[in-house]
Design a protein around this ligand. Structure first.
Ligand code: SAM
Length: 262
């Protein structure tokens, strides 16, 4: 658990609602959190999918596998498979009649897998067609069976996306990275660090760990959400000027197989 994440507003209710509407309105849109999708969706469409993902998919001639860890309702799955931007989320998650209606096709053939402790969020993601498969898991208390399944899914992943790692107990993040690194196919690891919630010193240690196991590709910092009323004091303490920062790191798996990017 990061040194700061326990001071974050408790969003349990909206993480466990029956669909994505409350999470989108209260946890994302009303606080300006949907700005974090703008540059990454453009970067995915213009660079990552052109130079890596579509090339891998074509050369392997099979659907890519995407694993979304701490996936919630599937925002990152929509971002990394369909380049969902702020407008797309407003159209789908901000419009009551559209919650189960994905208006944008995947950029390449892909099979998606969500994992989170919220059964409702995962069920919504499956019913809406965001996830092909999912597993309900508390990452801080994994059963041996779920651990085995996740190990396999991470090893097979060609796209691994995560954020909210401040919720993980010590050692869990390293285990996930290790599992992903063991894979033999090309793979992209995309991780969102939120300043200050994901920890300040902890974030440094995680970045160093990543650099020891994977190859750095790029990073992309964007503005994230404003504080809730309860978080204002914390923002002052950490010298956050108005909006938090969401920094995505993109890394690639070290593997023998075809990786033709320039
Ligand atoms: C801020 S949300 C992020 C969801 C998604 N990645 C996104 O960007 O919209 C954090 C998610 O972490 C999940 N979560 C928190 N602690 C967890 C744990 N110990 N095990 C599994 N999931 C957890 C919550 O249920 C919630 O869906």
């Amino acid at each position: 658990m990061s040194d700061v994440s326990f001071k974050k507003q408790d969003f349990k209710d909206i993480y466990n609602y029956k669909d994505s509407s409350l999470y989108y309105q209260l946890g994302v849109h009303n606080l300006g959190g949907d700005d974090r999708f703008e540059a990454p969706s453009f970067y995915l469409e213009s660079v990552l999918s052109e130079q890596l993902l579509k090339v891998w998919q074509r050369e392997m001639n099979k659907p890519l596998h995407m694993v979304d860890v701490l996936s919630g309702y599937g925002a990152d799955t929509l971002l990394y498979t369909r380049a969902f931007n702020k407008q797309d989320f407003a159209k789908m998650w901000g419009t009551p009649g559209n919650l189960y209606n994905i208006h944008k096709p995947p950029l390449f053939p892909v099979k998606t897998f969500g994992c989170d402790s919220s059964q409702n969020a995962l069920q919504y993601g499956k019913d809406a067609g965001i996830y092909d498969e999912n597993v309900t898991v508390d990452f801080n208390n994994m059963t041996p069976e779920v651990e085995m399944l996740l190990h396999e899914k991470c090893r097979e992943a060609n796209i691994f996306a995560t954020n909210s790692i401040g919720y993980l107990n010590d050692g869990v993040f390293e285990k996930l990275v290790e599992w992903f690194a063991e894979g033999t196919e090309p793979g992209l690891f995309a991780i969102g660090f939120v300043y200050p919630f994901d920890g300040v010193e902890g974030g440094r240690a995680q970045k160093c760990y990543l650099l020891g196991k994977l190859d750095f590709f790029n990073s992309l910092p964007v503005v994230y959400r404003s504080p809730t009323k309860d978080e204002e004091q914390l923002f002052e303490e950490y010298h956050v000027c108005g909006r938090m920062v969401y920094e995505t790191w993109y890394l690639t798996r070290r593997c023998e197989q075809i990786i033709s990017y320039n």
